[in-house]
Write a protein that binds this ligand. Sequence first.
Ligand SMILES: Nc1ncnc2c1ncn2[C@@H]1O[C@H](COP(=O)(O)OP(=O)(O)OP(=O)(O)O)[C@@H](O)[C@H]1O
Ligand SMILES: [Mg+2]
Length: 404
Amino acid sequence: MEEQSKYAFGVDVGTENVRAVALEVQNPETVKVIAYGEAKNMRGMRKGIVTDLSGPAEAVDKALKIVESMSGVNVDHAYISINGSHLSSEKVSGMIAVSQSSGITEEDLDRLEDTAMSGRISSNRRVLDVVPLNYTLDGQGGIRSPKGMMANKIEMVANVVSGLAPNIDALGRAMALANLEALRFVPAVIASARAVLTEKQMENGACVIDFGSATTSIAVYDEGDLQYLGVVPAGANNITKDLAISLELNTEVAEEIKLRFVTPDFAETGKEVTLRHAGETISFSQDEVNTIVKERIVDIFAHINEHLRRAGYAQKLPEGAVIVGAGAKIKGLAGLAKEQLKMATRIGVPGAGLSGIIEDIERPEYAAAIGLAQMMADDGRFSGMGEMKEKKPFDLLGFLKKKK
Ligand SMILES: Nc1ncnc2c1ncn2[C@@H]1O[C@H](COP(=O)(O)OP(=O)(O)OP(=O)(O)O)[C@@H](O)[C@H]1O
Ligand SMILES: [Mg+2]
């Protein structure tokens, strides 16, 4: 009998861009990218947070239509990215007594987790993940997996990832409008880490930095686990705004200048550049452009350094930093980031271990969407099986009418 295909989907809902990826898992060794799609998020999000449901719903609907027509598979459930400076991680600890007779059970570990968490996360926050960091059994620390071991007393330290409940709810509602059910919300930078870091790098100590349009986030890994999560509410779009203000141009021209006229490694040229835009001739100094872009990047990475210090990992990550997000495509960014972070820095390319139509998405901006789909496959929560259902078209007008 032919084995049924299993599918996993990742949808990265960014402030400016929605990116979706579909994976087909034939057996654990063959994981194929079968479709990908993206759509501009024109409105309805600020700094990673949904401010109007219909904007991201429409963008997700568009991206999924591309994925569905490319793959012929119905995307009904997915792992979805979440972002914004409301996201954080905090360490919690707890201790319980256990019965000596049968060894430590799953139920004991659940009870320990409940004890460690109780009253630690405020009621307006929702827990997205609990990462057990280590266990101590009758005073013996450093235990990774205590199930089945014998002890009178067990203690745990865990890292709890959480976000503001209203922001998570709003994202879920926007997805529901696009007929998509979120199986899990994962901070975008954590999903990216799944796609660009190896287990060994996570073990030795590394961080992933997602340089997006309106946010820059960091996830620090050590001893195989997530140690810290932080989000800076500024990204590559702030560079565009700085250019627009300093050069007294509108943001459309400023964006074009950012994409076309930053010299590799911000090298001085002494050149005056002339650009035609919408019938107008615009002149500017290339060195001034480089300086403005560089200053904003330095400022963002100073905030990232602040997070690293808070995490206790500034200049303490042997595997260095991996930068993802479309902002990572600024020429010379890795070099500048390395100077600021004082550690090995490279641009993250997702797709290791995947086959299929991967070439077009082996780019830093696809790390989160690919990582989300990989996490869904890792967790064995496959979807999209069976016949392609007739999907309700996205009814934006109806939605807007109802809202009034
Ligand atoms: N080649 C490039 N060079 C420089 N910047 C680029 C390039 N391509 C895209 N960008 C910038 O990257 C930003 C978009 O990044 P990305 O798509 O990762 O953001 P997002 O995921 O929508 O936002 P966020 O993660 O902050 O919610 C824009 O500011 C865009 O100008
Ligand atoms: Mg993003």
